[in-house]
Design a protein around this ligand. Structure first.
Ligand SMILES: [Zn+2]
Length: 477
């Protein structure tokens, strides 16, 4: 336990590798690149995060389902753009034992081509619509670039994909809006500041009409895509022949949407919130919200009383919070260090003095602030402290992300800024694909998208025509 981590968030990549390992979130030594073992502490956090999204989806009428992990290669290849988009990183199964399979199987990288043939069987009339389903499953994308726990992996352990089917284009548009609202609530609960951007047409999800991405900026200045909300229009409906008989008796193709998030969201929260001491968990995803540490100094009889009190407090507080006590042999200082690194938001110290006064020293993980709290007030105070920590985590992260976004009027300055500090640069843009693609080359970074609601003033940084929006650029994970 007396390990010193020497963490510095300035070197984010090293900080991340050290802390996910030390805090026991993830085991990175599994002998397969891009596949990670989730340890109980990390998996508990992941489950808490998924609970939030499940609740939001259930409340809005989405039903949970399960579809198979394999899809015959011919079915996968039906939508040509989709095949092009994912083709390079899909795993193909060709054998069962020594026997060569009659048809190659694709391991799902996402489930459009697995679910939609079933939709074609299920949907007959307008009465069968809408369909709003989701599943939370592993998906596989064989990354060739460097992998990083939670951020770039080959096995995405928990991919939440929602898929919806509608009778009209208008309903699909409205559903896209609902998807945006659900994710906005989700990331707000995780205390992650985000931008919603519309993806430029040449970067749109394969097979989609248009899509929105939720993005944020990581401590190293790289941009992280947190999730996407996609309006598929009728493209897949036509490929998979998903039709229904409408109220007017006519056969029509359906309209579809889909939206996904993954364990990346947890990674984003932890990366944005942590500091040089280690992780800091926002309250909703903290596997342990309160750690109680006994301060044992006195004689044996005193120690026993302290330990009894620690257990009593744990029992009482567990009614409202996720609580642990550290009864190990380590010194109080070592215990503080350890639980701070693991990101537990609240620490309660119980020693001889506290036992007598019935007032306990409560420490807040983010600011390090300590406050004496009477035993009877502990529960209500902890609630207040957790809210305070959550609010500070969000405010600090929001400040960081805001300061990482810079506006320019020409590509040269934008390129220099990105080279120096990364982050996001914005350039006024006329909306034309040619200009956008040319700007990508000149800025030397991919176009992320634009905020539809933020109309630009001035001229397009490329062609000089009146600008419509600000196109954003950044280096991504
Ligand atoms: Zn232009």
């Amino acid at each position: 336990m007396a390990v010193k981590l020497n963490l510095s968030k300035k070197n984010f990549s090293e900080w991340w590798d050290k802390i996910v390992f030390y805090a026991d979130l993830i085991e990175e030594r599994f002998p397969l690149k891009g596949a990670y073992v989730w340890k109980p502490y990390g998996f508990a956090a992941l489950k808490l995060m998924l609970k939030i999204i499940e609740k939001l989806l259930d409340e809005t009428g989405h039903k949970e389902t399960y579809f198979p992990i394999f899809v015959p290669a011919s079915l996968f290849a039906k939508e040509k753009e989709f095949l092009k988009g994912f083709g390079g990183e899909v795993l193909r199964v060709t054998k069962a034992g020594h026997h060569v399979l009659d048809e190659e199987l694709i391991v799902r990288p996402t489930s459009e081509t697995i679910m939609y043939p079933m939709f074609a069987l299920w949907i007959r009339s307008w009465r069968d619509l809408p369909i709003k389903i989701y599943q939370i499953v592993p998906v596989f994308r064989w990354e060739t670039k460097m992998t990083k726990a939670m951020f770039r992996v080959r096995e995405i352990v928990r991919f939440k994909e929602a898929h919806t089917v509608h009778a009209t284009a208008e309903e699909a548009r409205a559903q896209t809006e609902e998807g945006l609202q659900i994710y906005s609530k989700f990331f707000t609960e995780l205390k992650i500041p985000f931008l919603i951007i519309k993806t430029p047409i040449w970067e749109t999800f394969p097979g989609a009409e248009y899509n929105y991405d939720f993005i944020t900026v990581m401590p190293d200045g790289k941009v992280l895509e947190l999730g996407s909300v996609i309006n598929l229009g009728q493209k897949f409906a036509k490929v998979f022949d998903i039709k229904f008989k409408d109220v007017d008796g006519k056969e029509k193709y359906v309209w579809q949407t889909c939206y996904g998030i993954s364990e990346r969201s947890l990674g984003a929260a932890l990366a944005l919130h942590g500091d040089d001491k280690g992780l800091i968990f926002a309250s909703k995803i903290a596997p342990v919200q309160v750690i109680i540490v006994p301060i044992l100094k006195g004689g044996n009889s005193e120690n026993e009383k302290i330990l009894a009190k620690v257990k009593e407090l744990k029992e009482n507080l567990s009614k409202n919070f996720r609580v642990e006590c550290d009864l190990s042999d380590a010194s109080p200082g070592e215990k503080f260090y350890h639980w701070e690194a693991k990101g537990v938001p609240i620490r309660i110290e119980v020693g001889e003095k506290e036992l007598k006064s019935k007032e306990y020293l409560v420490a807040l993980r983010d600011s390090g602030r300590k406050e004496k709290v009477a035993e009877k007030d502990l529960s209500s105070k902890i609630s207040t402290f957790l809210e305070e920590i959550d609010s500070n985590l969000y405010k600090n992260a929001e400040k960081f992300v805001k300061e990482a976004i810079h506006s320019f009027t020409n590509t040269k300055n934008a390129k220099e800024e990105l080279k120096k500090k990364k982050g996001i640069v914005k350039l006024p843009w006329c909306g034309e694909t040619d200009c956008g693609k040319q700007m990508e080359i000149e800025v030397d970074a991919g176009a992320l998208g634009y905020n539809e609601k933020e109309h630009a003033t001035g001229k397009c940084a490329k062609c000089g025509k009146p600008a419509k929006w600000y196109l954003m650029f950044g280096k991504t994970y």
